[in-house]
Design a protein around this ligand. Structure first.
Ligand SMILES: CCN[C@H]1CN(CCOC)S(=O)(=O)c2sc(S(N)(=O)=O)cc21
Ligand SMILES: [Zn+2]
Length: 267
């Protein structure tokens, strides 16, 4: 089957054909209607806590759908807030648009941001690895960070510096200078949380989403670097009808929250 992607031919509105879960009722991303959010004392009583090992960021790869930094999960942990048990960091990646007026996956009161960073964690209290965890409703937790145009982001610059060596799909390289995921999180830790899904096929409905309220800054030049990735393999011709196969946009439009509860912690 034609590989899924973000063009008219293989983009989000075609995914349900090959991935029926994409048409489910617990899909992500969603628009965060801040008036609907309910504050929950149980979230306030168990602060979200994380521990990452910067030296465990191993490789960065061009998945054909964006860049992804794979991490050795050992030594990492995410607990508290809405979570039961311990989750370990598996990878982090980003979504962006063809211009900085769009590109985030979640929107807030209808407003898009320039990009969105996802830190993907899996429930190591109950499952053996990320792949297994992705098949269970409590298997994954993704920390989402909204990115807005502003100052150059020094931690993300370590990713940007590696992009030229993974310009084509399937290329990967060692991350030599440790990247600290904790340094990419906002200062204030207020967040919204709801039950959703992977925002890419197979769109498993296995993600507890935790989206920080405070956006983090990234520069226009850094966003431009993201858009220089190519969605096809070196030596092959460009399959996607994108402008010479550049990955200029890789965000899924929002899906209905439906009857799901949206909770918030912190102002
Ligand atoms: C770059 C994308 N990679 C994906 C690889 N995986 C999916 C298959 O795994 C069994 S995953 O579970 O690690 C996730 S979560 C995720 S999102 N956008 O919802 O945070 C994307 C992906
Ligand atoms: Zn993502």
């Amino acid at each position: 089957a034609a590989e899924w992607g973000y063009t008219k031919r293989n983009g989000p509105f075609t995914w349900a054909k090959n991935y029926p879960t994409a048409a489910g009722i617990r899909q992500s991303p969603v628009d965060i209607d801040t008036a609907l959010a309910t504050s929950d004392s149980s979230l306030e009583s168990k602060p979200l806590r994380w521990k990452y090992v910067p030296q465990n960021t191993r490789t960065i790869v061009n998945s054909g759908h964006g860049w992804r930094v794979d991490v050795d999960s050992e030594g990492s942990e995410l607990v508290g807030g809405p979570l039961e048990g311990t989750y370990k960091l598996q990878q982090f990646h980003c979504h962006w648009g063809s211009s900085s007026d769009k590109g985030s996956e979640h929107t807030v009161d209808g407003q898009s941001y320039a990009a969105e960073l996802h830190l993907v964690h899996w429930n190591s209290s109950k499952y053996a690895d990320c792949g297994e965890a992705a098949d269970y409703p409590d298997g994954l937790t993704v920390l989402g960070v909204l990115l807005k145009v502003g100052a150059k982001n020094p931690e993300l610059q370590k990713v940007i510096d590696l992009i030229p060596s993974i310009s084509h799909r399937g290329e990967k390289t060692e991350v030599k200078e440790a990247i600290d995921p904790a340094k990419m999180l906002p200062k204030t830790l207020s967040y919204w949380t709801y039950l959703g899904s992977l925002t890419v096929p197979p769109c498993n409905e296995s993600v507890t989403w935790i989206l920080f309220k405070e956006p983090v800054e990234v520069s226009e030049e850094q966003l431009a670097a993201f858009r220089s990735l190519r969605c096809y393999k070196r030596g092959e011709e460009c399959p996607c009808d994108e402008v010479d196969g550049l990955l200029i946009s890789n965000y899924r439009p929002t899906l209905p929250l439906g009857t799901r509860e949206l909770r918030e912690c912190g102002s």
